[in-house]
Design a protein around this ligand. Structure first.
Ligand SMILES: NC(=O)c1ccc[n+]([C@@H]2O[C@H](COP(=O)([O-])OP(=O)(O)OC[C@H]3O[C@@H](n4cnc5c(N)ncnc54)[C@H](OP(=O)(O)O)[C@@H]3O)[C@@H](O)[C@H]2O)c1
Length: 320
């Protein structure tokens, strides 16, 4: 290990060009943290929001900052000799941004409870696309929706990072999955388990969807959730994932007898281990749309912000 490392750093909030390559001190492992050599880092909408300084209740990092939640890499130092995560183990997980430095760097030090053994069937580039999106999808589909046979679930933005995992988890647990996406993603989403794909670019989605038990809004524009309230049966649940529910949305949900909730993902190594097993058994997959060099992180942010990524974007940091 060297005393300094390559990283993409922001010293101010702003557009993608504030992401700059820098040589900075390698982080030191503290307490129960695991020090990981990062081989690939996933890119998430939260990274874009944190770069712009509008991460809301998630909190924007203090500057200068290294962004990036998702990583896949190799353990360099573990908390103690008999710890189950040992030097040399291939792992994936979630960095503690905004509390500490992120994964757009050659090394990251993260709490052991945010790290799990990486799915053995995936490359590091593929594995780096999994953690935050799959944990969010799991929390929504399993913990909140409690997906099961006979349940009808509507997943808006099924083709995105979170959405493509949510479609697969909901289908895996037997739910009838309805999802919105553009036409180019329809046959792929059916392969992932969607029973119905509604093209959100043609007409109003609400004209094509029969009542559902649960709806997940992963779009987060001004009206998708509001237009979805009346698609949820009375007593059903609507989850506003992208932004906290507004008072207008709450009033509409109350009048329709629909339970409305927000959602906040939390790192969870146990859940990452379960997801790794589902991936290794072939029941769930990750789709990586494009791979960028670490130094091209700004281009990845520009692409993600256009809002039409299929699955995930990943930064490659070192050869496997
Ligand atoms: N609360 C939390 O804890 C939490 C955690 C993670 C993410 N999030 C939020 O969840 C949202 C989704 O995250 P993500 O990583 O999945 O984003 P993403 O990968 O950037 O989503 C891109 C996808 O959105 C689809 N899309 C865009 N506009 C659409 C529309 N009007 N209707 C249907 N689909 C549309 C696109 O599909 P087409 O190209 O086919 O249109 C594209 O595949 C973001 O707002 C993110 O901030 C929240």
């Amino acid at each position: 290990m060297t005393s300094t490392m390559r990283a993409m750093v922001i010293t101010e909030n702003g557009g993608p060009d504030v992401l700059l390559p820098r040589e900075i001190p390698t982080p030191t492992r503290l307490g129960s943290e695991v020090l990981v050599r990062v081989l690939a880092a996933g890119v998430n909408p939260f990274d874009v929001e944190a770069r712009e300084g509008r991460a809301g209740s998630c909190g924007s990092p203090e500057l200068p900052a290294v962004l990036g939640c998702d990583f896949s890499g190799v353990v360099v130092e573990s908390p103690y000799a008999l710890h189950p995560l040992k030097p040399g183990h291939e792992v994936y997980g979630v960095a503690s941004v905004p509390r500490s430095a992120g994964s757009y760097a050659e090394f990251v030090s993260v709490p052991a409870l945010s790290v799990a053994r990486k799915p053995g069937t995936l490359s590091h580039v593929e594995a780096a696309g999994v953690p935050l999106a799959a944990l969010t999808a799991w929390g929504l589909v399993v913990d909140v929706a409690k997906a099961h046979e006979g349940q009808r679930i509507l997943i808006h933005a099924g083709a995105g990072g979170v959405g493509h995992f949510a479609v697969q988890f909901a289908a895996y647990f037997g739910a009838h999955v309805v999802t919105t996406a553009s036409a180019r993603n329809a046959s792929w989403l059916r392969q992932l388990g969607a029973a119905q794909v509604v093209d959100h670019t043609v007409g109003a989605f609400e004209d094509s969807v029969a009542p559902v038990d649960v709806a997940l809004d992963l779009v987060g524009d001004t009206d998708t959730a509001l237009r979805t309230v009346h698609l949820v049966r009375p007593g059903g649940t609507l989850v506003a994932v992208s932004a906290p529910p507004t008072s207008v949305l709450q009033d509409a949900a109350d009048s329709a007898g629909v339970r409305l909730t927000g959602y906040a993902v939390a790192p969870d190594a146990t859940c990452l281990a379960v997801i790794a097993r589902l991936i290794d058994s072939g029941d769930v997959g990750v789709y990586v749309d494009d791979v960028y060099d670490l130094e091209d992180a700004a281009d990845a942010h520009r692409t993600l912000a256009r809002g039409h990524t299929r699955g995930k974007l990943v930064l490659k940091i070192a050869d496997e």
